[in-house]
Design a protein around this ligand. Sequence first.
Ligand SMILES: [Zn+2]
Length: 70
Amino acid sequence: MHIIIGLLIAFLIVAIYARRNRATRGCRWREDRSGDRGSLRKYRCAACGAEAFTATKGPPRDCKSDLPPA
Ligand SMILES: [Zn+2]
């Protein structure tokens, strides 16, 4: 019984941390056409320097970096 309660608490802590990470959306994605790979568009974050490729239109939704927004 205590194990189940402990697992529930651990799950809640993970859920809270996941939400916090989701809240850090300080990225400013800039399109980098020189880095395109075929149909993938390269985006570079001007805030944290993260790089991401997207196959769809528009920049990535969230930050790829674990760093807090400056
Ligand atoms: Zn970023």
